[in-house]
Design a binder for this molecule. Structure first.
Ligand SMILES: Nc1ncnc2c1ncn2[C@@H]1O[C@H](COP(=O)(O)OP(=O)(O)OP(=O)(O)O)[C@@H](O)[C@H]1O
Length: 351
């Protein structure tokens, strides 16, 4: 449905995105996730045809629509777009906003399609309202209905929920995912919000400084991150320097720990061990000792920061009943059933 092959985007010859390759199948929802300025919107604009490809290609339905020196016009790409600010026309009603892209259809067909879309986004009762009289979530559903009106093959969404509050974002992301799935439409969303990405997407691309670090299913990004940058971007974690020893063990400031499986790394290799909070647990008789220096109440548990004797700090997940206090010395147990280890020189994951 959508394929990017080695795409590069540049402004005045300054390359802001390069070596971008990914594919999205019909009905699949993808998400580009990355910090502000990493090039997400530029990729979206190149897919829509608003920016030319500086190098590489954009393919839609198997057809090459952008390559250096050729850009198929946006209106010929059968793409719908939803923007951050909804961009609804204030002087038109909800129904008229949705009908905007259907002007070439006969009046009756327009009306039928608008009713279908109002039902799809569950706004049947609000067709006659103006956008100023709608909540942010309702406005975004109108923007979605308008983008879907002309039955595009691909929907592009640029930070569609960023102006909404956190709770609404999550519920709207779920609703919009369900609507897109019902319509079996492919969509590519860009955001810097991880929760939004994980709620919405079948595939996530983690971007950094104009490059795609990994394009994978959310669970794969979490379980098998390709690099330490991806792992750290995806989840709260601490990196600790360790040494691989022959007998399936790692050692360092955290002590000496067995691994569940042999590693491909050379004996004595210097590695980074990435510890996520759920892998570090308070344990009375833990040989590894640390001092609680901060803790945040999270409802079901505490997220603690613990300082080791050498000054390194770890996140630790502590159950409520332990009643830990800041300054308290505790023992720690590491759960290394699934250790995340990375080559120090390349940052690549070691398995
Ligand atoms: N029209 C433009 N002319 C020149 N440079 C641009 C233009 N648009 C974006 N840039 C630059 O390209 C880079 C990538 O910007 P882009 O908007 O694609 O990033 P982004 O990840 O979408 O950021 P954000 O999340 O803040 O929207 C930035 O350095 C930005 O300053």
């Amino acid at each position: 449905m959508l394929a990017l092959n080695n795409l590069a985007v540049a402004y005045h010859r300054r390359v802001v995105v390069e070596h971008m390759s990914l594919a999205l199948a019909k009905g699949e929802i993808g998400c580009l996730l990355g910090a502000s300025g990493c090039g997400k919107t530029s990729v979206l604009r190149a897919i829509a045809g608003f920016e030319p490809a500086y190098a590489g290609e954009v393919h839609l339905h198997g057809e090459k629509v952008s390559t250096a020196g050729y850009t198929l016009a946006p209106e010929k790409r059968r793409i719908g777009m939803v923007f951050q600010d909804f961009a609804l026309f204030p002087h038109l009603t909800v129904a008229e906003n949705i009908a905007f892209g259907l002007r070439t259809l006969p009046k009756r067909a327009q009306q039928e399609r608008v009713n279908e879309l109002l039902e799809l986004v569950e706004l049947q009762a609000l067709g006659g309202r103006y956008s100023h009289a709608l909540s942010g979530g309702q406005q975004q559903r109108v923007a979605l209905a308008r983008a879907l009106a002309a039955k595009p093959d691909l929907l592009l969404m640029d930070e569609p929920f960023s102006s909404l509050d956190t709770e609404l974002r999550e519920s709207l992301a779920c609703q919009i995912r369900a609507i897109l799935k019902r319509q079996d439409i492919a969509a590519l969303l860009v955001t810097h919000d991880k929760t939004e990405a994980f709620t919405m997407a079948d595939k996530i691309g983690v971007m950094d400084k104009g490059r795609l670090l990994q394009w994978d299913k959310p669970v794969t990004l979490f379980d098998r991150p390709a690099s330490i940058e991806v792992a750290e971007f995806i989840s709260k974690a601490t990196r600790i320097r360790v040494q691989h020893s022959k007998r399936q063990r790692i050692s360092g400031s955290i002590g000496n720990w067995p691994l569940p499986q042999p590693l491909s790394a050379a004996p004595d290799a210097e590695l980074h061990l990435l510890l996520r909070p759920h892998q570090v647990k308070p344990c009375d008789d833990g040989a590894l000792k640390g001092k609680v220096i901060r803790q945040v109440f999270r409802g079901n548990d505490y997220l603690c920061e613990v300082e080791l004797a050498n000054g390194e700090q770890l996140y630790c997940q502590a159950p409520l009943h332990l009643n830990l206090t800041v300054g308290q010395e505790i023992g720690l147990l590491l759960d290394l059933q699934q250790p995340w280890l990375f080559d120090i020189a390349t940052g690549a994951r070691v398995v």
